[in-house]
Design a protein around this ligand. Structure first.
Ligand code: GLU
Length: 285
């Protein structure tokens, strides 16, 4: 009885200390649930890449790319207006931590669904299927696939599936150089510090077709993995089904096709139609 009284007292003090809307919105930093977006004006924090042209790219105050466009579409379906979205940079190596710490609510960042990542976070989706490839200088003749990397310096990104694949499968032949981002790898490639860059084909295509790189770099064009891009969510999220539904609607209403074409225009890249568009089903991936 005494315990009960004390508890009731605490909750009474809490009620006085916190305004009602604040209580309703308190869970928002860790989950997407809680108060409705229209009455509170709260933000949803979405993790994206800032330096992957055509996927997630910061251009002054603007954000562009397929991931950014898909994020906007999904957020809208979840009830968030454009000005409620706050984009946050999520480098490959930081993504799981950023979700676990509540620094972001969702991540759309060329983020492959993997069993090891699913131990700490949830994924909705997939909304795109890419494949790992190699990017080399335009005059490169020797590197024609992952089995031709003997003695070569290869750049990839810490915390990515791309770097892990090389470590697991080709570590004996290859000198792997890890950077924090693929744009840093491209600087190393242009400077002759590395002989190739490896990650997903759609990322490499975007990097190769920027004004600065056009004509200087080329994709090898033989993918050797399957990368299913998911929407990263905190573990235990109840949003997978709603996000999957939004992704399926995006495909059905023609938006998916339009967004892929818009964001890969001029790159010479086309998606693998045998794997795309994917069809997410049920709850979390
Ligand atoms: N899709 C791969 C991954 O999630 C490579 C791209 C990236 O690092 O964002 O690790």
């Amino acid at each position: 009885m005494k315990l009960f009284t004390r508890r009731a007292g605490t909750s009474h003090r809490m009620r006085r200390a916190l305004s009602l809307p604040l209580i309703a919105c308190l869970g928002l930093s860790l989950s997407l649930t809680g108060c409705s977006s229209s009455d509170s004006g709260h933000k949803i924090r979405i993790g994206i890449k800032y330096d992957q042209p055509g996927m997630g790219y910061q251009d002054g105050k603007e954000f562009t790319g397929f991931d950014v466009d898909v994020a906007r579409y999904v957020a809208k379906k979840l009830g968030y207006s454009e000005n409620q979205i706050e984009f946050v940079e999520s480098p490959s190596a930081n993504r799981e931590n950023m979700l676990a710490n509540g620094q972001v609510d969702m991540i759309f960042a060329t983020y492959s669904i993997t069993d090891s990542r699913k131990k700490t976070i949830d994924f909705a989706g997939p909304y795109y299927v890419a494949g790992q490839d190699l990017l080399v200088r335009a005059d490169e003749k020797d590197i024609t696939g992952p089995d031709t990397l003997n003695g070569k310096n290869l750049c990839s990104v810490t915390g990515s599936t791309s770097a892990k694949k090389i470590q697991d499968k080709f570590a004996k032949q290859v000198n792997l150089v890890n950077q924090n981002s693929y744009s840093d790898c491209v600087v190393a490639l242009n400077g002759g510090v590395v002989d190739a860059v490896t990650t997903d084909d759609i990322i490499l295509a975007g990097l190769a077709s920027t004004k600065a790189n056009r004509g200087k770099l080329k994709l090898v064009g033989k993918t050797f993995t399957t990368e299913k891009y998911g929407v990263g969510l905190p573990k235990g999220s109840d949003k997978c089904e709603a996000i999957n539904k939004a992704i399926n609607e995006m495909v059905e209403d023609g938006t998916w096709q339009k967004l892929v074409e818009k964001n890969t225009a001029g790159t010479g890249y086309s998606y693998d139609a045998s794997k795309n568009p994917p069809k997410p089903t049920g709850g979390c991936a």
